[in-house]
Write a protein that binds this ligand. Structure first.
Ligand code: SF4
Length: 540
């Protein structure tokens, strides 16, 4: 080719471009497509983003449409028995020609409770708690008999990643009914997915420099959040939990906590921000327990393009005065503090193994209320925990009144096998009493929420849009209040209006407003109306 000849050069470039388009089309059409069903928690969304990053790096292609997927990945949750039942129900809906891979809490929790029950476990429990830090693990997929023949010491010293049969009886039971289940594995082994897939006879290519350090798998250009838009990124800063609250399965499902390095976290934040992210949510089971939490918050607050910073879930005793003060002085640190208090009774808190008192919780609320910035406080409450008396419940109502919480996420207690509460206490509050307490708490909350929301009328707020339909824009404020915007003629759709002229006028004005708004963008609105848990506004 004569590159000085413009005609020949142009022709050659076109041929290269055509070839590249052909290769891309081939990859798109023939690469195996996968879809991930993510069950509920924010951490699972962050985990699934990492699974997507690893798989797309191995030439699998992601599809939003589960019907066209060759492989369906279940990223599971085991927080309640109901959650697991829903997941096994969902398994039944997968077509037999679609391969199924299962990971997440449900797998590890079941495996551990089964193993812990075994009279003399020959398995290495630690293998399931710690991540393997090796570049060349052995992927073990043995029959149950083979596994049982291994002595504990052999396994303890091995650099093995266990898949499938090691999760007996879960794997065994499920695969008896569903032959299309091809892989069960720990979420912590996501970095070794390429090796596992080779073990399953997939012919794949991958980066030889495999890493299994979860925090180093960077989900660049991948939506890590529960939102449909990519303006929010969830960044895990620690994993799992050592707290062992009496009712909670998390420490058994996932293992002991591990903190990620500050540099890694800040780098991940920078990468997301370069890719148009504006809101960052730091994640951890006890996010504010990270020994460098303040440093992480301060460093991320300095980053260019960041608009809002949040974190979840915190533990009350790890709130420091320094952290609370940052909420006052740092505009980008959202004016919203979630403080999961669980109960307003010291007796119940003690039984729950929550290591704070109601008095300490109130002192923390007082400190927040004294800040010069208006901070929205929300909490989690469990009603009907073992032995909770009417007096205990009254104390919870008192605490909710005292806290003037904008939202209370109410959970009705149900015993979870494997937890300390299930082993040691009786689930002795009747369903009727539990529901009655839930309803009474909810009524109080509605009242508080309505009063707090009414104070917002007339305020100008910025919202992040997470949904646009023909007649409604929905978004949320930095204090996590839901805002709904309707066309000025309000509340009623023009379909219901008989006057044709009015309908056209409304459509024209709405079109103009609606045309400007986009999911994932910010919008300035004036709050015009308030009801419990929701604000209504107008675009200004
Ligand atoms: S802090 Fe308690 S409730 Fe939260 S994940 Fe850990 S054990 Fe569960």
């Amino acid at each position: 080719m004569n590159i000085r000849d413009p005609v020949e050069l142009r022709g050659s470039l076109l041929r290269v471009a055509n070839y590249a388009v052909g290769v891309l089309r081939f990859i798109y059409e023939y690469a195996m497509k996968f879809n991930i069903l993510i069950f509920w928690c924010q951490m699972n969304y962050a985990d699934s983003a990492r699974i997507k990053a690893v798989l797309t790096n191995c030439w699998f292609s992601y599809t939003e449409n589960s019907k066209e997927a060759d492989i369906i990945i279940f990223d599971t949750c085991s927080i309640k028995q109901k959650s697991e039942d829903k997941i096994t129900g969902k398994l039944k809906t997968i077509r037999p020609d679609q391969k199924v891979r299962i990971t997440g809490c449900m797998i590890q929790h079941n495996m551990r409770s089964w193993k812990l029950k075994a009279e003399s476990s020959k398995f290495n429990v630690w293998n399931f708690i710690w991540s393997l830090q090796t570049k060349k693990p052995e992927i073990l997929w043995m029959t149950t008999d083979e596994i049982n023949k291994n002595s504990k010491s052999n396994i303890q010293n091995s650099k093995s990643v266990w898949i499938n049969n090691v999760f007996n009886p879960v794997f065994h039971n499920l695969t008896q009914k569903r032959k299309n289940i091809e892989l069960m594995r720990r979420i912590d082994d996501t970095g070794f997915l390429p090796l596992m897939l080779k073990k399953l006879w997939y012919d794949i290519s991958y980066d030889q420099e495999l890493i299994n350090e979860y925090e180093k798998i960077l989900p660049e250009h991948v939506n890590t959040s529960m939102n449909v838009h990519q303006t929010t990124a969830y960044i895990p800063i620690s994993t799992w939990c050592n707290q062992f609250c009496a009712y909670c399965i998390v420490p058994y499902a996932r293992g002991l906590e591990k903190y990620f390095p500050v540099e890694q976290i800040v780098n991940e934040a920078k990468t997301h921000l370069k890719n148009w992210v504006k809101e960052i949510v730091l994640l951890g089971q006890i996010v504010n327990k990270h020994p460098d939490f303040i440093t992480i918050v301060k460093e991320i607050l300095q980053l260019k393009w960041l608009k809002w910073l949040r974190y979840t879930s915190p533990y009350p005793t790890y709130y420091t005065k320094e952290l609370l003060a940052l909420h006052e002085t740092e505009e980008k640190l959202c004016p919203h503090i979630h403080m999961p208090l669980q109960s307003g009774s010291n007796n119940v808190l003690k039984k729950m193994f929550r290591w704070y008192t109601v008095e300490e919780a109130k002192a923390c609320i007082d400190t927040i209320r004294k800040l010069k910035r208006n901070i929205s406080i929300t909490t989690d409450i469990i009603v009907g925990f073992c032995d909770e008396t009417e007096e205990d419940f009254q104390q919870t109502l008192d605490l909710v009144n005292y806290g003037n919480f904008d939202m209370v996420y109410i959970g009705i207690y149900s015993s979870r096998p494997g937890t300390l509460a299930a082993k040691n206490y009786s689930d002795n509050i009747s369903r009727t009493v539990k529901r009655d307490r839930r309803n009474r708490l909810n009524n109080l909350l509605k009242d508080i929420s309505r009063k707090n929301n009414e104070k917002e009328i007339g305020n100008i707020k910025e919202i992040l849009i997470n949904k646009i339909s023909k007649w409604v824009i929905e978004g949320y404020t930095d204090s996590m209040k839901q805002v709904i915007i309707q066309p000025k003629a309000e509340s009623r759709k023009p379909k219901a209006q008989k006057n044709k002229e009015k309908k056209e006028e409304l459509q024209a004005s709405s079109f103009e407003l609606w045309a400007k708004a986009k999911v994932g963008e910010f919008l300035t609105v004036k709050i015009t109306k308030a009801i419990p848990f929701k604000l209504y506004g107008e675009i200004i």
